[in-house]
Design a protein around this ligand. Structure first.
Ligand SMILES: [Zn+2]
Length: 215
């Protein structure tokens, strides 16, 4: 493989690819023992991702949520590999460009090679948004970014995403590194620290949109 891994431990190699009109992140996780792999998200222009995945045995593609910028490369990727695609239960209906092969429930564990992937349902950005935990790495889609939560379409959605983040993600090990659907990665420790500042200063949760923890 030509690409340089973003992260390596004794079990997995993680590769990150940035592509599409909104600079989306796609990830390829490879099991070192079996060379089996799983793709996280399917942004547009996935050529680099495809060529990297072709040197592995790609079995699965997981979609963090049903937003088109994470799915523009879906047809192209699925046409190249005999893989199964999955998305969170509540994001499956109406998924473009076509239905996933399976729907993912909260706390479900999926396996690819020797890799265990734990699904964490984190509604708010979309109803079915799902994060995926692999060892000490968390894929957060558009739910959690280093600077704050993902975009919310209403104040109810904002309260929901805050509930998801605070009760399901910030309770994870502080050393976990999270990789979002756009931009750079962060740690649970830093997110927790920033969130506690936000919580102290936030006078009203009747807000929505692009919120930052420290503004
Ligand atoms: Zn999104």
């Amino acid at each position: 493989m030509n690409s340089k891994p973003e992260f390596v431990d004794k079990n997995i190699s993680l590769y990150k690819f940035v592509s599409g009109p909104y600079d989306n992140n796609a990830y390829l996780i490879v099991c070192k023992q079996t060379n089996k792999s799983v793709i996280i998200d399917a942004p547009g222009d996935p050529h680099e991702l495809i060529s990297a995945a072709q040197s592995t045995d790609t079995e699965m593609m997981l979609i963090t949520h049903n937003h088109w910028d994470h799915l523009l490369g879906y047809e192209e990727i699925t046409s190249k590999f005999a893989l199964r695609t999955g998305i969170g239960l509540k994001d499956a209906p109406g998924m473009m460009p076509r239905k996933p092969d399976f729907q993912i429930r909260d706390c479900e564990t999926l396996s690819v090679g020797k890799i265990d992937i734990k699904a964490i349902h984190t509604p708010g950005h979309t109803e079915g948004s799902t994060c995926f935990l692999v060892n000490n790495i968390l894929f957060t889609g558009d739910t959690l970014f280093p600077g704050g939560p993902g975009k919310s379409q209403s104040s109810d959605a904002f309260k929901t995403i805050i509930e998801s983040i605070s009760t399901k993600l910030l309770v994870l090990k502080p050393t976990i590194v999270f990789y979002p659907g756009h931009g750079l990665h962060g740690t649970i420790r830093n997110a927790k620290d920033d969130y506690s500042v936000f919580e102290k200063n936030c006078s009203s949760y009747e807000i929505q949109g692009d919120i930052e923890w420290l503004s």
